[in-house]
Write a protein that binds this ligand. Structure first.
Ligand code: F6P
Ligand code: MN
Length: 316
C-alpha cells in the first residue's frame, strides 16, 4: 500500500512510523527519521524548561548562543550517536563535521538544532531543521540528499518530512504520537503571501523591483523572523514566497546553504514548489564549505520564476 492510498477515513490514525512504512521508505532511513522525531520531543522539553539565557558564547558566525542552542545541539548529537545510522554530524553550532558513528553507517546529517533562537524570549515559534545525506557534507544537495525535515515548536509541535516521496505534516498529540495531519502537501501555482528578510535600504535594485511587483499584485506581508515558521507558513498556506536576498553590503545573504536552505529546498520541491538563489536551484549549488551562505527565493512556482526574471533583468 502506498501513502497515496491512505483513505480519509483512516488517516487520522496514521502515525509517523506507519506512514513511512506504508510509503515504502527504506528501513534504516525511516528509523533514523523516527529517532529525530523522538529527539524533537526532548528538545521541546528543554524549551519548556524556559531557560532563555545566553550561554555567554558565540557560534562560528559570531552569533550569541543561547543555553538552549547548545543543549539542543547536544541532545541531537547524543541521540544520533546512539542511533547506529549516522556516520557524521554537522551542526550550525559546531565549527566542523564530527564523526558520531563507527565509519560504516549510511547517513550524514546536518542540523540547525534551534532555528530562530532570537525569538525564544518573545515566545514566537521556533524550530529544528535537519538534512539527511547519503554522502559527506558539504555537498551539492541534489547529489546527496536522501531526506529532509523540520520541527516547529509553536502552539503545537509539528513535524514535516520528506524522504523523496512527497512532503507530509504530522502533529504531536497529547499521547506523544506524531499523527498525520497533511499528506502529500502540494503548493498551488501561485500564492498570496510574501516573507521578506534583510533591511530594505540594503536591497539591490532588481530585488526592490521584484518586491514592488509582488506588492502591486496584492501579496500580504507575513514575516516572523524565524525561518522554520516562515517556510511552514508558505507550505501550509499552499504557496507564496520567502526570500532572504543578496544585500548590497552582503551579496551572499544570510541563510546557510547546508543547514537551512538545502533541507527547506528539498521539502518545498517535493511539494511542487521551487527554491533558487536567483540563478540556480538551491539544490544545484555546489557547497564549498559548511558555513556557506546563499541568497534564497523559495515558494510556489509563479513567484520563484518571477524572481528569476526580475533578477536576470537587473543584471542586463
Ligand atoms: O537562522 C537565521 C535566522 O534566524 C532565520 O531563522 C531567519 O529567517 C533569519 O535569521 C532572520 O534574520 P533577520 O533577523 O535578519 O530578519
Ligand atoms: Mn537558523
Amino acid at each position: 500500500m502506498s501513502a497515496d492510498n491512505i483513505s480519509d477515513a483512516t488517516k487520522h490514525f496514521v502515525d509517523l512510523r506507519r506512514h513511512m512504512w506504508m510509503a515504502g521508505i527504506e528501513v534504516d532511513l525511516r528509523r533514523l527519521i523516527w529517532q529525530i522525531a523522538v529527539t524533537g520531543k526532548y528538545i521541546s522539553a528543554k524549551i519548556h524548561e524556559s531557560n532563555r539565557k545566553l550561554a555567554g558564547l558565540k557560534n562560528i558566525y559570531n552569533e550569541e548562543q543561547l543555553a538552549l542552542d547548545r543543549s539542543s545541539d547536544t541532545i541531537l548529537r547524543i541521540q544520533l550517536e546512539h542511533s547506529g545510522f549516522v556516520r557524521e554530524y554537522a551542526s550550525e553550532e559546531l565549527a566542523e563535521t564530527i564523526k558520531v558513528g563507527q565509519g560504516d553507517e549510511k547517513y550524514f546529517v546536518t542540523a540547525d538544532p534551534l532555528d530562530g533562537s532570537s525569538l525564544v524570549d518573545t515566545n514566537l515559534a521556533i524550530g529544528t531543521i535537519i538534512g539527511i545525506h547519503r554522502n559527506h557534507v558539504p555537498a551539492r544537495g541534489r547529489d546527496t540528499m536522501a531526506a529532509a525535515l523540520y520541527i516547529t515548536y509553536g502552539p503545537l509541535i509539528t513535524f514535516v518530512y520528506s524522504a523523496g516521496k512527497g512532503t507530509h505534516e504530522f502533529v504531536l498529540n497529547r499521547e506523544g504520537e506524531y499523527v498525520l495531519s497533511e499528506e502529500n502537501i502540494m503548493l498551488k501555482e501561485r500564492g498570496s503571501i510574501y516573507s521578506l528578510g534583510g533591511l530594505r535600504r540594503d536591497w539591490t535594485e532588481a530585488h526592490t523591483r521584484y518586491i514592488e511587483f509582488l506588492e502591486r499584485e496584492g501579496y500580504k506581508l507575513r514575516y516572523s523572523g524565524g525561518f522554520v515558521p516562515d517556510i511552514n507558513q508558505v507550505l501550509i498556506k499552499r504557496g507564496g514566497v520567502f526570500t532572504y536576498p543578496a544585500l548590497k553590503n552582503n551579496p551572499r545573504g544570510k541563510l546557510r546553504l547546508n543547514f537551512e536552505l538545502q533541507p527547506m529546498a528539498f521539502l518545498i520541491e517535493q511539494a511542487g514548489g521551487k527554491a533558487t538563489d536567483g540563478l540556480r536551484d538551491i539544490l544545484d549549488i555546489p557547497a564549498d564549505s559548511l558555513d556557506q551562505r546563499n541568497p534564497v527565493y523559495i515558494g510556489s512556482r509563479f513567484e520563484i520564476e518571477k524572481a528569476r526574471e526580475f533578477l536576470a533583468a537587473g543584471t542586463e
